[in-house]
Structures are given as C-alpha cells and as structure tokens.
Design a protein around this ligand. Structure first.
Ligand code: GDP
Ligand code: MG
Length: 293
C-alpha cells in the first residue's frame, strides 16, 4: 500500500555537550548532508537532511539560544519564538545525568508550542533501571513531552527508534529540498580543486597536467571532517616527484591543502593523501567517468 509522503522541520534543542552532533552522526551517518548555502535560513542552522522515499526530515538547531550564558532579552526572544514556531517537532536533548530543573528552565523560556520529544541521552552512563525510571520521572514532571526516549547517541542505543517517533508527528508534505541541494558532491569538488591548486603551486610545470585528484572519502565527524583523497599519476617517476625526498613534498602538500580546506570549511580537517599510479587513466573512459572528467 502506498503511504503518504511526510516532510518537515525538526528543531533540536539542547545545551552544549548534550550530544547533538553525535546524534546527527548516528541518524544520518554516511548521508550526513553537506547542505549548500542556499538551503540555509537565517533563523535555523540546518544540521542535516534525511531523505528517504517516503519522507524528508530537515534537522536544524537555533544556535546559541539554549546556551546557559545566553541572556534572553525580549528582542532576541522574539527571534527565537519565530524560529521555534517554524518547526514541526522539537527534539529536546539533554544529558540524562544533567539537572532536570536547569534543563526545564531553559526549555520553559522557549515556550514551545510544537510537539516535543524528550531525548535523555547518555543512558549508557546510567545502567540501573530504577535509577533510569527516577530520572525519567524527574524530567517528565517538568517538561511534559509527547514522548520520552532513553537513548545513547554514542553507543547507538534506541537511536533507530527516533525517526519513527518523529514521523508520527510530522505532517504530510512533499520534500522541501531536492537531492542535488544536499548531496556532498559540491564539497568533494571544492576539496579536490583546493588540493589541485596546491599541486600547481608546489610542483614543476608538467606534474599538475599529469595528475588528477579524486576525493574518496568525505566524512563529517562531530569535531573534524575526515577527507581521503587519491592523487592519480600516470607514471612511477611522477609518483616519486610527488612524494619528494623521504615524502617531504607530499607532506608539504598535505599540510598546505589541509590549511586551505580548513579555512574554507571553518572546521578542523583530517586529510589523508594517497598517490596512485594509473598509467592509462587519461585514455580510459571508465577512469575518466570515475574521476569526474
Ligand atoms: P553537542 O555539543 O550537543 O553537539 O555534543 P557532542 O555531540 O559534541 O557530544 C558531547 C560529548 O558527549 C562528546 O564527548 C560525545 O562523545 C559525548 N557523548 C555524546 N553522546 C553520548 C552518549 O550517548 N554516551 C556518552 N557516554 N557520551 C556521549
Ligand atoms: Mg555540536
């Protein structure tokens, strides 16, 4: 039977360290979207978009608003309100060992009208069931969510149940964003261009013309973006030049490329470069396709 397509915005609220980034990673994993700038809105920061045949969930947060240091004066509060009202579902996320009263004060200030799912994260730190029940009660008394879930974003406990819980609360709607807006292809392209730029800067004339750069892995982890790229050369001798004495040149290339990618992304980058020799890659149709030419 055909099910209706659902789509909507899910705003995540949680103090620093609640585990928001870890959760995004668990929910979206490999599909963690690198969202193109045109998808961003001023009020939300889009963290990731989960697109499946029957639904699209846009996860966002509203930076800063739940920071304990943040002083909510009225004008800011208005802005927060409209951001809050834009969402279809609110995920309220806290470390289960944090103080319920403090969390409730933060959440209460938001005056949320959207359905709330309370995510008590880091349940792996509280193994005693009775203690868990007590903590749930403490939070529920103060927050009154539609649903409470005990999860561990890190250990992936109950994380698979989050999306079905969200879908129950989402309206029927077509997808908001087409696939091409949220693929990581543009990012991979920019990254390979930045590596190529450094190859041009560091090596003698002919080398850049005989090499291609292929980004093999692009992985957004909570604190670092992990990138693995192959530099494809046509001959062993080019590989030796690319490596340099004792690997000195590739090291330099890696450092400079990493710096420019970090500046571009505004994020810490872990960059691994590998040199591969593919004698005929320029003539071979499949290679060309694979390497995006
Ligand atoms: P954010 O500031 O809300 O984005 O939080 P992060 O996702 O950066 O997580 C903050 C810290 O809590 C990191 O050290 C995570 O590894 C850790 N963390 C996140 N989820 C869990 C969990 O389920 N269990 C435990 N024990 N630690 C977690
Ligand atoms: Mg974070």
């Amino acid at each position: 039977m055909e099910t209706a397509h659902k789509a909507g915005f899910v705003n995540i609220f949680g103090p620093p360290n609640a585990g928001k980034s870890t959760l995004m990673n668990a929910l979206l994993g490999e599909r963690l979207a690198i969202v193109s700038p045109k998808v961003q809105t001023t009020r939300h920061r889009i963290l990731g978009i989960l697109t499946e045949e029957n639904y699209q969930i846009i996860f966002s947060d509203t930076p800063g608003i739940i920071d304990p240091q943040y002083k909510l004066h009225s004008r800011m509060m208005q802005q927060v309100r409209s951001a809050v009202e834009d969402a279809d579902v609110a995920l309220l996320m806290t470390d289960i060992t944090d103080d319920p009263a403090e969390f409730a004060t933060l959440i209460g200030a938001l005056d949320l009208k959207t359905p709330k799912i309370l995510l008590l994260n880091k349940v792996d730190l509280v193994t005693d069931k009775e203690r868990q029940a007590e903590l749930v009660k403490g939070f529920e008394e103060k927050i009154r969510p539609e649903k409470t879930m005990l999860i561990s974003a890190l250990k992936k406990i109950n994380t698979k149940k989050i999306v079905p819980a969200i879908l129950k609360l989402l309206p029927e709607a077509p997808a908001f964003y087409p696939d091409e807006d949220i693929s990581d292809r543009p990012m991979r392209f920019f990254v390979s261009e930045m590596i190529r730029e450094k190859i041009y800067a560091l090596y003698e004339q002919e080398i850049p013309y005989h090499t291609a750069v292929l980004v093999q892995t692009y992985e957004e982890l909570p604190h670092v973006t992990r990138i693995r790229a192959d530099i494809i050369a046509t001959r062993e001798t080019q590989k030796m030049i690319l490596l340099g004495q004792g690997g000195s040149m590739i090291k330099k290339l890696g450092m400079q490329a990493r710096e420019s990618i970090e500046t571009f992304l505004g994020k810490k980058v872990y960059l691994e470069l590998f040199i591969k020799v593919r004698p005929k890659w320029r003539e071979n149709d499949n290679y060309l396709k694979e390497y995006g030419y």
